[in-house]
Design a protein around this ligand. Structure first.
Ligand SMILES: [Fe+2]
Length: 416
């Protein structure tokens, strides 16, 4: 069609526009996987029960999770937002939050005293606690654990027997548990999100070994940063894991900030950026333009309320642009910051989820703080067994305290 030609196929009357919009909604609903990984149809519409790993089935049977209707479950169709304004209205006003790590014993005597061993996996990122069941911790130990996660970014517990209900309870202790608008969850429990590569395949998200770096969980990211109150402590319990591989990598935001030169740190301190949601929704004002992400503005450098340390809060998956810069400047700087995060191996930990005794039926839990980190799953092929349940505790509205220090500054380590 020549640029000057008039298109005659565009809807013009109100009725034609409404028809076109309901057509788009119906196409999105019928598309496998809906918009990205979500769906506009709820319930058990895309059940993948037949592929559920045996170890997961055993866990669910032991803890009375009813999978007789199918698995996993989506929110009810009538509660899934179609329009952007509906999705934006979810959790759009601040709710009170208690920082459990703040004021906890810095020596963590209750937690460490009860553990068999405390293993630091790298100098500054990742600690494994041996000899404790996560589901048995008392409040004092949970508070000390929150502080440990705030300091070490991610903490692991191997050989666990953690029920989905206890996992949810722990999340509720740490914050307001996120209930996703579209994402699949354990039947009957909106706050327990299902992380399952084989399910992605079922809903049409296929990738082979050449494309694994673009698999949704493999792009380096921090979870749910479009939320007004982004997640703090998140628990992932992988109740099925391949015999070999299936690792996850965590990256420290404190470490990334400390890598920057003081003048560049100063430039970024106090700046904000736009963060977007993984899922998309239709713009009511401009429905024919195609689905849009939710966008939210947060500080690029944020202060952790328990440690008081500064962290670089950007990620390749969801940070769209730096506010106040030209698009080219923003793109250049963000790409550099993503690289700082992703390419410095000394601020990362790579972890294998396998139990000490794989035949035991016991599994591994990781608890990390999304405010001060990114993570990525080392991709596996979708046929391999990996299944996990995730609970995200939403924390404070992100803030930057100009008086806060970097981790190295606070620990008295050399800055150059
Ligand atoms: Fe994630």
């Amino acid at each position: 069609m020549a640029p000057s030609a008039q298109r005659t196929d565009l809807p013009t009357t109100q009725e034609e526009i409404e028809d076109a919009v309901s057509n788009i909604i119906s196409q999105l609903s019928n598309k496998k996987g809906g918009s990205l990984l979500g769906s506009y149809k709820g319930g058990f519409v895309d059940s993948n029960l037949e592929n559920l790993p045996e170890t997961t089935k055993k866990r669910f049977a032991k803890y009375n999770i009813d999978i007789s209707q199918g698995y996993p479950e989506r929110p009810p169709t009538e509660e899934i937002p179609v329009y952007l304004d509906e999705a934006e209205a979810i959790r759009s006003t601040p709710t009170p939050y208690i920082e459990r790590g703040k004021g906890a014993d810095p020596e963590k005597k209750a937690l460490f005293g009860a553990a068999k061993e405390i293993r630091h996996l790298t100098k500054h990122v990742g600690t494994e606690i041996v000899g404790l069941q996560l589901g048995d911790l008392n409040d004092k130990q949970k508070d000390e654990l929150a502080l440990l996660i705030a300091e070490r970014v991610v903490v692991f517990f191997k050989d666990q027997d953690l029920s989905p209900q206890k996992q949810l309870e722990l999340g509720e202790y740490y914050g307001n548990v996120e209930k996703h608008a579209q994402q699949v969850h354990v039947p009957g429990y909106r706050g327990i999100t299902v992380i399952w590569p084989n399910f992605l395949k079922k809903v049409g998200y296929q990738y082979n070994f050449k494309q694994t770096k673009t698999a949704p969980t493999s792009i380096t990211h921090s979870d749910l940063c479009h939320e007004l109150q982004t997640p703090g402590i998140t628990t992932l319990y992988n109740d099925a894991i391949p015999k070999v591989g299936g690792d996850t990598v965590w990256y420290s935001g404190y470490g990334a900030y400390d890598k920057l030169l003081p003048a560049f740190q100063k430039f970024l301190d106090g700046k904000t950026a736009i963060y977007r949601s993984a899922h998309q929704y239709i713009d009511r004002e401009n429905p024919l333009r195609g689905p849009k992400h939710i966008e939210r503005e947060h500080p690029i450098i944020r202060t952790h309320p328990a440690t008081g340390w500064k962290s670089l809060y950007v990620n390749r998956g969801m940070t769209v642009r730096i506010v106040g810069l030209e698009p080219d400047e923003s793109r250049l700087i963000l790409n550099y910051l993503f690289d700082v995060y992703e390419k410095n191996l000394d601020i990362q930990v790579r972890f294998n989820w396998q139990s000490t005794n794989p035949e035991s039926g016991l599994a591994t839990a990781a608890l990390w703080d999304n405010r001060i980190s990114q993570h990525s799953a080392v991709a596996i092929e979708t046929e391999e067994l990996r299944h996990g349940t995730r609970v995200s505790a939403l924390a404070e509205v992100p803030y930057y305290d100009p008086n806060s220090k970097s981790q190295r500054e606070a620990l008295g380590l050399p800055l150059n």
